[in-house]
Design a protein around this ligand. Structure first.
Ligand code: GUN
Length: 308
């Protein structure tokens, strides 16, 4: 069994992005800039946004965080989005989800200019991705695809089972894995809460992507020998440590890992890949805005950055 070390691969990709930023700065250009909008003070969202700021510093990006009160009106949040759309110094931005209940999250997502939508949540980007056109692909699915690629895991013709049909992970990753591409070319089954015979379906899988957000859902008896298992779960469960919680994946690791050819750990698997994918998308937004995506071939694996 080989651990798919997302922390290590993310560090490699970050170093490649940092080198690209150094090249931009050396040629007199400005650094790319990512902005994040954080509404309210949800603990998990605060942590995610801090991780994104840290990653920006590590790769040499500029970053800014707009901290807005939970009571902000939808109109004022839309005005913030409009000002970021219009700000030439901001290459891409995200509005951290979830948003308070009085705000229509979909309306906010659709207000983001598709060219700055580095989360890849805008219907224009989702639609383009689905039909294989250049698009911003959302960070977790993109990170999973990079991880499979970097470990040279064969996907062509494989049976892939995706568990979970969220717009952020399950649906897009199922689509990417089914595309005529490498990684891709899988026969994909998308399972969800109404799926019957989940165990039998999982036992047919060469590759399982567990993205349903139920801790330890995938048990050892649901996985066949030699399967590749990617665990997207990061549920906070109470723990007797400083933070009062630990992150628990969707996979019962102790049971599943011994059967796998490859498996991601939690933490240190998909999580770091997600953040680095956001950095890639921000660099891509910058390069597209500056006309460079059309001109350059990249000397590292993010050369595909302008093609996907
Ligand atoms: N909340 C949880 N994951 C994400 C993400 O990838 N992007 C945004 N904007 N909010 C999130």
């Amino acid at each position: 069994m080989v651990l798919l070390d997302g922390k290590k691969i993310a560090a490699e990709i970050k170093a490649e992005i940092a080198a690209e930023v150094a090249r931009l700065l050396a040629s007199g250009k400005r650094a790319p800039q990512l902005a994040a909008v954080l509404v309210g003070n949800d603990g998990a969202s605060e942590t995610y946004v801090s991780s994104k700021e840290k990653a920006c510093r590590e790769v040499g990006f500029l970053s800014q965080v707009w901290r807005l009160p939970a009571a902000i009106s939808e109109a004022d949040l839309l005005a913030t989005v409009a000002s970021l759309n219009a700000d030439d110094a901001v290459d891409g931005f995200i509005v951290q989800l979830p948003l308070p209940e009085h705000i229509d999250g979909q309306k906010i997502i659709e207000a983001i200019a598709p060219a700055k939508d580095v989360d890849g949540f805008h219907p224009v980007n989702v639609g383009r991705m689905v039909i294989g056109l250049p698009a911003f692909v959302s960070a977790t699915p993109a990170g999973i695809m990079d991880l499979l690629e970097r470990y040279q895991i064969e996907t062509s013709g494989k049976n892939c089972v995706v568990i979970g049909r969220s717009n952020i992970v399950g649906r897009p990753v199922a689509n990417l894995l089914s595309q005529k591409a490498a990684p891709g070319d899988c026969t994909v089954t998308l399972c969800h809460s109404r799926t019957k015979n989940m165990k039998e379906i999982c036992l047919q899988a060469d590759i399982i992507i567990a993205a349903l957000g139920i801790p330890e859902f995938l048990r050892g008896d649901m996985v066949r020998e030699g399967a590749v298992v990617v665990d997207v779960g990061i549920t906070r469960v109470p723990a007797a440590n400083e933070r009062g919680f630990r992150l628990q994946g969707d996979v019962k690791f102790g049971e599943v890992a011994p059967k796998c050819s490859y498996i991601t750990p939690v933490p240190g698997g998909v999580g770091p890949m997600t953040i680095v994918s956001l950095m890639k998308n921000t660099l891509k937004a910058y390069l597209m805005e500056n006309g460079e995506c059309l001109l350059r071939h990249f000397p590292f694996s993010i050369k595909k950055i302008c093609e996907i």
